[in-house]
Design a protein around this ligand. Structure first.
Ligand SMILES: *Cc1c(COP(=O)(O)O)cnc(C)c1O
Length: 430
């Protein structure tokens, strides 16, 4: 082996003749050639900090890719802060789900979000974002980027085209007064725990009209992606994930990613090369395992959620549901119909009563686990007002509808009738 010259992997198949292959098929082998790894069917985990160059000239060429002297990243492996085989295979497969040119993986969803925002925002700039955002994302904008002279303008997730035009006009004025630009539009859809959807198509139209196409639209697609929503198809430029949730899907790892056109991803790669924050080889390997079943898991979880919600909606101790399969607002339904192919498996359950009744319900659950997070194989339940959103000021909680009787549920892939039986016995304890 030591004397054989370095070999290039065989180009990966993405179609059979003119029949394009679906991502769920490509997850089993795309970007990996077993013959380069002793025939090992699955990619080995490459635990190494650095990579040997075939020649000095090749080493120079690889570094030109790392430093940005040549666009598109490096075509050789250099050093594990920049990339590695497991991460490259994973990035190639993640990009397929969103129809993206490029993807980058990070050690957490928040690392992906922070590095993305830092790449595009300079002192004086304004970031426009939908609300609510994941609390740590909102905090990074309001409390960290603000220390570097970046301000923000936010708008409620369901905003109409007219409202978006007004928000962008305000942001442009704010940027002019600070001597900067509107640097990024950052969305999260659906909002947590409101489940309010953002009209990405309207944001795109408003952005194009007010700002042209140099201000990227990024969207956190953790709750519906990659299966039930493909925001790049609706006008977003960069899609963001906490891979910790549905993509990882087994509640056993923390990671994040972004994907989009090379134009938007390359600058983020440069900052990741500098800062680090790439997912480690073991986590990348776990995610390759996860991606083989992501379509199966999400489909089953979505079917389960539909059955459970149909049952919950009729229960006398349920005041209401915030579930994308049962939207009562016509504008939100219109956004859903244009942007989503499934209602997901994470929803809000409003228990009749307050904190005491909600806690009794949560404490009585026997199959569903009492934990934050979502998108795993197991069903989880939590109480946002006293857990994930505890630090949110009371008046903002009220505005977002985060009440004391709100229980957040992420449905897993168990038997749906068993889950219904669990909820039934838990309600009996309330
Ligand atoms: C969990 C989550 C994040 C943060 O991801 P980590 O992997 O925990 O860093 C960001 N956005 C959303 C919507 C999330 O649910």
């Amino acid at each position: 082996m030591a004397d054989t010259p370095p070999r290039k992997p065989k180009p990966s198949l993405t179609a059979l003749g003119d029949h394009p292959l679906a991502p769920e098929t490509l997850m089993m082998g795309h970007g990996y050639d077993p013959m380069l790894s002793e025939g090992s069917l699955k990619a080995p985990i490459f635990l190494t900090s650095t990579f040997a160059f075939p020649s000095a000239a090749e080493g120079k060429r690889f570094f030109e890719g790392i430093t940005g002297k040549r666009p598109g990243g490096t075509d050789g492996l250099v050093y594990s802060r920049f990339n590695g085989p497991n991460q490259q295979i994973l990035e190639g497969r993640l990009a397929l789900w969103d129809g993206a040119e490029e993807a980058l993986v990070f050690s957490s969803g928040m690392t992906a979000i922070c590095v993305l925002m830092m790449t595009y925002c300079s002192a004086g700039d304004v970031i426009v974002h939908s609300g609510p955002l994941y609390a740590a994302s909102e905090g990074f904008v309001a409390r960290t980027l603000s220390r570097f002279g970046v301000t923000y303008v936010d708008f409620p997730a369901g905003a109409t085209r007219e409202e978006l035009d007004a928000v962008l006009a305000k942001a442009q004025q704010q940027a002019a007064a600070q001597g900067g630009k509107v640097a990024m539009i950052y969305l999260e859809s659906p909002g947590n725990p409101t489940n309010a959807l953002v009209d990405v198509e309207a944001v795109r139209a408003a952005r194009d009209a007010a700002l042209g196409t140099d201000c990227p639209i990024a969207i956190d697609n953790t709750f519906l992606g990659p299966l039930w929503s493909r925001p790049l198809d609706h006008g977003a430029d960069v899609v963001v994930y906490s891979l910790t949730k549905y993509v990882g899907g087994h509640s056993d790892l923390v990671a994040g990613s972004i994907a989009g056109a090379r134009r938007w991803i390359d600058p983020v790669r440069m900052l990741r090369n500098t800062m680090g924050g790439i997912a480690d080889p073991h986590t990348a390997w776990m995610l390759l395992r996860s991606l083989e079943t992501v379509e199966l898991r999400m489909s089953r979880a979505g079917e389960n959620a539909a059955k459970v919600c149909a049952w919950l909606a009729r229960h006398p101790k349920v005041e209401g549901l915030g579930y994308l399969g049962m939207i009562d607002d016509p504008r939100q339904q219109d956004i859903f119909d244009r942007h989503c192919t499934g209602a997901g498996s994470t929803f809000s359950l409003f228990v009749k009563g307050g904190e005491a009744e909600s806690f009794r319900f949560l404490d009585a659950l026997k199959i569903a686990k009492l934990a934050v997070s979502l998108g795993g194989t197991e069903t989880l339940a939590s109480h946002p007002a006293s857990m994930t959103h505890l630090s949110v000021p009371d008046e903002r909680k009220a505005m977002l509808g985060i009440t004391d009787n709100l229980v957040r549920i992420s449905i897993g892939i168990e038997n749906a009738d068993d889950l219904i039986a669990d909820f039934e016995q838990a309600f009996a304890a309330v």
